[in-house]
Write a new protein. Structure first.
Length: 179
């Protein structure tokens, strides 16, 4: 559990993580990344939605991850507007031309189709953000499940793919010895 004396520091580290994500390299220099941080007392709806999605889709680890969200001190959500193309006509999204990539529709956990360049940008931004947390000795873990809940709750409007990065300041890393 987060000692309340660390809440201000955790809020500052989350802000630095958002800066790292914002300044991470982007394909063609176009930013499609959206971030938003919530503190512990704002996360119960996310945990509940994670459990609901896990049960509905038969994915047991969503419930385990919901417990991590309830224990963390803060959580940064990060996503991309994957339906905004890079205009390279690379075909990685399954379309021959970027102009054929239509509005995204939800299928499963995320929306699709997505521009491969924008999805790559998201991965780089996530790496930059967790590096910043690590440099400041804040425990974290990247959660697919939390991103699904964030999209479902429309926490990151216009995003087609999202992940959660819960943060913890404690003597023991709560994200890895989870039973």
């Amino acid at each position: 559990m987060l000692d309340m004396e660390f809440e201000d520091g955790l809020r500052m580290i989350a802000s630095l993580m958002e800066i790292s994500a914002k300044t991470a390299p982007k394909g063609k220099g176009v930013d499609s990344i959206i971030t938003k941080t919530f503190m512990r007392d704002e996360l119960e709806n996310v945990a509940i939605r994670m459990e609901e999605i896990g049960e509905k889709r038969g994915i047991p680890f969503f419930k385990r991850d919901a417990a991590s969200i309830r224990q963390c001190g803060a959580c940064m959500f990060i996503g991309c507007r994957g339906n905004e193309t890079a205009g390279l006509n690379c075909g990685a999204c399954g379309k021959a031309l970027c102009s054929e990539l239509s509005e995204s529709v939800q299928e499963g956990n995320f929306f699709r189709p997505n521009c491969a360049i924008r999805v790559t940008d998201l991965g780089i931004a996530i790496g930059s953000a967790v590096k910043t947390a690590s440099l400041h000795n804040v425990d974290n873990r990247v959660l697919f499940s939390g991103g699904c809940a964030a999209l479902s709750l429309d926490l990151l409007p216009k995003c087609t793919i999202a992940y959660a990065i819960p943060l913890s300041v404690s003597a023991k890393n709560i994200f890895f010895d989870r039973g």
